[in-house]
Design a protein around this ligand. Structure first.
Ligand code: SF4
Length: 230
């Protein structure tokens, strides 16, 4: 399928998908684009999508970006979910180890230049892995942040050059947690300790009552996104 054909397909499905369930969108996505992958960060949204994918298309690749800086709880959540479903997450790692990064850019790059750190540990690895696929699935939701408010359930991701599916773009946080409880899913225990949004340990803090759910990400800087989503 060339780019024009993909754009025509996206235009034809965008409105229809607004009233489709996430499961319907995932089923269509994996059938239309067998060479598809799901980007999992083991947050609440992603454990929902892992569960849906295991029902619909258990052979679909699921990868995660291992920045080397995740919380121990996140790695344990990864292992628990892998064990539950009998699946193997594809680990995608940065070209530089933490030590090599420190030697090249200085200690604690996440403090001195978080965008550079995210580029090394997230954006370059993501670009590399997505280069092998025609489409990807993400767990982003429109009400997570103003930068995500216009996310479509199907769109062309010009930054990485492939089709992007956001099957739960219109879900609220309550929708996510209702699904998790109803299906008794494994989730990152940090969510129960005031971490609604979980990234690298160095750049994530607890959120206080009344704060925006993403206030704990890159707290104290004006950075709000890793650079993975436009
Ligand atoms: Fe580095 Fe922080 Fe980005 Fe993780 S979230 S890659 S530690 S700047």
């Amino acid at each position: 399928m060339n780019l024009l054909e993909k754009e025509q397909l996206i235009a034809a499905k965008a409105d229809e998908f607004e009233s489709s369930t996430p499961q319907e969108i995932i089923a269509w996505a994996v059938e239309t684009f067998p060479n598809i992958t799901f980007a999992c960060s083991f947050g609440a949204e992603d454990v929902v999508l892992v569960d849906m994918l295991q029902q619909i298309s258990p052979s679909t690749d699921i990868f995660y970006l291992d920045t080397d800086f995740h919380f121990q709880e996140t790695y344990e959540t990864r292992d628990a979910i892998a064990g539950k479903y009998g699946l193997e997450f594809v680990r995608v790692s940065p070209k530089l180890t933490p030590e090599e990064q420190a030697a090249q850019f200085g200690e604690e790059l996440w403090k001195s230049d978080p965008n550079a750190c995210c580029n090394v540990r997230k954006v370059e690895p993501l670009t590399r892995v997505l280069g092998g696929y025609e489409a990807w699935i993400t767990g982003i939701r429109r009400d997570q942040a103003p930068t995500r408010a216009n996310a479509k359930k199907i769109e062309y991701d010009a930054k990485f050059g492939l089709v992007k599916f956001n099957p739960i773009a219109n879900w609220t946080s309550d929708d996510v947690w209702n699904y998790i409880r109803e299906h008794e899913l494994i989730y990152n225990p940090l969510h129960d300790r005031n971490y609604p949004s979980i990234g690298c340990e160095y750049c994530t803090r607890q959120v206080m009552p009344g704060e925006d759910p993403r206030a704990g990400r890159w707290s104290g800087s004006d950075k709000t996104e890793c650079g993975l989503h436009k």
